[in-house]
Design a protein around this ligand. Structure first.
Ligand code: NAD
Ligand code: LMR
Length: 328
């Protein structure tokens, strides 16, 4: 058996974690031969700590062979100590009628503190994934606290947007989701995101050729993917959780598994695709070694797509300006 990996997870008594933690414990994120220790962080208040104790009891009752230990804490330093992966979920979700960017001032502060502590106490190999919204800019804030860990270790999750886009295309084309490839979502995890159907393929054939309806792709598909989070909040009264958990499993597995596939991951922009250097923009990445990725710069975009990329970039730049004082 391998040495256990230490997985820090924040917001551990929240709804995403309720869907996620049993699946990590069962080996779905790190594989069937990889023992893990879950280091679970919640707010240091009576109610969340009590709820966290309940989550831990349920994990214990699952009798997962790969789960070598559970730490429950309200102290970020204890949660992040020697962590190999930090999954930063804990933060306020939006409610009906809000945009994710409305959360910036409240949630941004969390990522200043957590970024600093992770840099101080996590393992040298640590990878950090930000899920808490607005995830691109929160990830930028956390990465700016790092002095020891390279900024490339900090990624934000746009995989849920990719999964949503793949599901919508598969439904329209009446194919299995596994027939849809290289469907990358660009930019911000917000209504300005651009799910790039032009470079995506269904069984090797470009999506626009298979669908044969550019109007639907531009006017229905793109906004439907961009507004799916809000649609779920309207229906459920709370934000997506099961699909967010699935997307995080996909995100981590993609980054741990080298291969030719393109994945949507929000990373520090190097200027590719016109994104301002230094914002965290979702772009196509390929995993080149476990935990190591490269931005794939080979996708071509027409004028319509370039306007979408420019709009989502402008929003990321505006968010960066809003939190400038947090980027020390
Ligand atoms: P939730 O309210 O159910 O759970 C959040 C938990 O985080 C709560 O238990 C809260 O006590 C805890 N928390 C708050 N601040 C914390 C801190 N500083 N340290 C540790 N724990 C803290 O929310 P949820 O539905 O689990 O969603 C969590 C976040 O994920 C939200 O910001 C939501 O908008 C975001 N989200 C992102 C995506 C994405 O695709 N990137 C998808 C779904 C949800
Ligand atoms: C989502 O896309 O479902 C999440 O980011 C939650 C939200 O606020 O939309």
């Amino acid at each position: 058996m391998n040495k256990p990996l230490r997985i820090a997870v924040t917001g551990a008594a929240g709804q995403i974690c309720y869907a996620l933690l049993p699946r990590i414990a069962a080996g779905e994120m790190f594989g069937p031969d990889q023992p893990i220790i879950l280091q679970l962080l919640e707010l240091p208040l009576e109610k969340p700590q009590q709820a966290l104790a309940g989550v831990a009891m349920e994990l214990e009752d699952g009798a997962y062979p790969l789960l070598s230990g559970i730490v429950c804490t309200g102290d970020p330093a204890s949660a992040f100590r020697d962590a190999d992966w930090c999954l930063l979920i804990g933060s306020k979700p939006r409610g009906p009628g809000m945009e994710r960017a409305d959360l910036l001032k409240d949630n941004g502060r969390i990522f200043v503190e957590q970024g600093r502590i992770i840099d101080a106490v996590a393992s040298d190999a640590c990878r950090v994934v930000v899920v808490g919204n607005p995830c691109n800019t929160n990830c930028m804030i956390a990465a700016h606290q790092a002095r020891r860990l390279p900024r490339s270790r900090f990624t934000a999750m746009t995989r849920l947007d990719q999964n949503r886009a793949v599901a919508q295309i598969a439904k329209r084309a009446q194919v299995s989701v596994s027939a849809v490839h290289d469907l990358v979502v660009y930019g911000n995890h917000s209504p300005t995101m651009y799910p790039d159907f032009v470079n995506a393929r269904i069984n090797g054939v470009p999506v626009p050729e298979v669908i044969g309806d550019l109007g639907w792709l531009r006017e229905s598909f793109v906004p439907a993917v961009a507004q799916r989070g809000a649609e779920i909040i309207k229906a459920r009264g709370v934000s997506s959780a099961a699909s967010a958990a699935q997307a995080l499993i996909d995100h981590v597995r993609a980054l741990r598994t080298p291969g030719a596939a393109l994945h949507s991951v929000a990373v520090e922009s190097d200027g590719s695709y016109g994104f301002a250097p230094g914002v965290w923009a979702s772009v196509p990445v390929r995993t080149v070694a476990p935990g190591e990725y490269r931005i794939d710069t080979r996708c071509a975009h027409d004028d319509w797509a370039r306007a979408k990329l420019a709009a989502t970039n402008a929003e990321l730049v505006a968010e960066r300006d809003t939190v400038r004082e947090m980027l020390t």
